[in-house]
Ligand binder design. Structure first.
Ligand SMILES: *Cc1c(COP(=O)(O)O)cnc(C)c1O
Length: 394
């Protein structure tokens, strides 16, 4: 059996999105800035895609800036709010400990430039507490940036509550919604969001394209200087095929949201199956989590070996995030929810696709059970644990 259970890392493109991009690679290859008809056809496709994308998140199309993906959108959002804050003498930013590195590394850069960053804790369940966020706000706070849903443990943050607080306190609010757009119903106005980042390849669109939403009147800085594309906010000839495909993929994903939400039943079946493995624990809140996300720690094993052995059994999964695997540092997200280094190393993330079945879930449970037992049977760490030389944590 072949099972792709790593949809938080990237998704397979929908056939409709692939089909939608082809004409813009072939006959309609014109540059949207060209004045002749072929260029204007590309321009129309670009603007139609902008309207489609905006509609999917309840936004004004004028607020959509197409980018190369989620990382670029995150960078542009944070640097824009910082530039605005700087002008007003405000240099304090509130975020949280489990953000994606596209946010955390940009915050580090801003700290070097003299900004002060408060990273809120997310507690054992991986969720920010709105009261703590409100208490962290200061007169010089120029930005709150809290992700919609976490890419590793799938926890969903209380975005609407946070949006309400920020609106009341007059603080711009950015959310990295890369794991949420196309996975949860989103309405930027009801959510009180000033800026939002999204990426097509996380909702069955192509890689290398995404968007930043910025509420009308929000000043943005350019990360890329050049031509006047995207209302002067993002230079460079537009990725017309990518943008068109993204809009089709997003519209489909939003249309499928009820079916996607129903994935939670399979997720819970998977969680229940894995929870039967001794000395294992679910990471992140059991309810406030994406319908597709399962993340476990197994004591006494290495996540890396687990992944390789699951791959041999036809299962694609991940440990930590794709960006950090390959490094020996345990995931900052697992550390933030209180997992100690050794336990955090034995983590497994499974993110189901809409086509997942009970049969696949049961196969995964049986495969993980078998591989965990096998790895433990030759683990010196496990030997010490079972001999009582070191205490079990989970
Ligand atoms: C994937 C991801 C990103 C980065 O998006 P890219 O399009 O790959 O640059 C940012 N934030 C989160 C939460 C993600 O899951």
């Amino acid at each position: 059996m072949q099972i792709y259970a790593d949809n938080a890392a990237t998704t397979r493109m929908s056939p409709e999105a692939v089909a939608a991009m082809l004409p813009y690679l072939e006959e309609n290859f014109g540059n949207p800035s060209s004045l002749y008809a072929a260029g204007q056809r590309a321009r129309e496709a670009l603007e139609a895609a902008r309207e489609k994308v905006a509609r999917c998140i309840g936004a004004d199309p004028r607020g959509i800036v197409f980018t190369s993906g989620g990382s670029e959108a995150d960078n542009q959002a944070l640097l824009s709010a910082a530039a605005l804050g700087q002008k007003a003498g405000k240099r304090h930013i509130v975020s949280d400990a489990i953000e994606h590195h596209a946010v955390l590394h940009t915050l580090k850069k801003l700290e070097k430039d003299g900004f002060e960053v408060t990273l809120l804790p997310v507690h054992e369940n991986g969720v920010v507490r709105p009261a703590e966020l409100e208490a962290a706000l200061r007169d010089d706070t120029c930005l709150v940036s809290i992700m919609y849903a976490n890419n590793e443990i799938g926890t969903i943050q209380p975005i609407r509550e946070i949006g309400g607080i920020c609106r009341r306190r007059g603080v711009p609010f950015h959310t990295d919604a890369v794991q949420a757009v196309g996975h949860l119903p989103i309405d930027v106005r009801a959510d009180g969001v000033t800026m939002l980042s999204a990426s097509a390849h996380k909702f069955h669109g192509p890689k290398g394209v995404g968007f930043l939403y910025a509420a009308p009147g929000t000043p943005l800085v350019n990360l890329i200087e050049g031509g006047a594309q995207e209302r002067g906010k993002r230079a460079g000839t537009e990725n017309v095929p990518g943008v068109v495909a993204m809009s089709v993929a997003l519209e489909q994903a939003v249309g499928r949201l009820p079916a996607h939400a129903a994935l939670a039943a399979l997720r819970d079946r998977l969680i229940a199956g894995l929870a039967e493995i001794p000395h294992a624990a679910l990471n992140g809140d059991a309810e406030k989590r994406l319908p597709s996300n399962v993340n476990f720690c197994f004591e006494g094993i290495e996540g890396e070996s687990l992944l390789l052995m699951l791959d041999d059994l036809g299962i694609c999964a991940s440990s930590g995030s794709a960006c950090t695997s390959g490094s020996l540092d345990p995931s900052h997200v697992l550390l933030a929810i209180g997992r100690v280094h050794d336990v955090a190393h034995g983590s497994l993330r499974l993110t189901l696709g809409d086509d997942a079945t009970e049969q696949q879930v049961d196969y995964i449970v049986q495969a993980v059970r078998q591989v965990v037992a096998q790895l433990r049977s030759f683990s010196p760490v496990w030997r010490d644990l079972t001999a009582g030389k070191t205490p079990f944590i989970l």
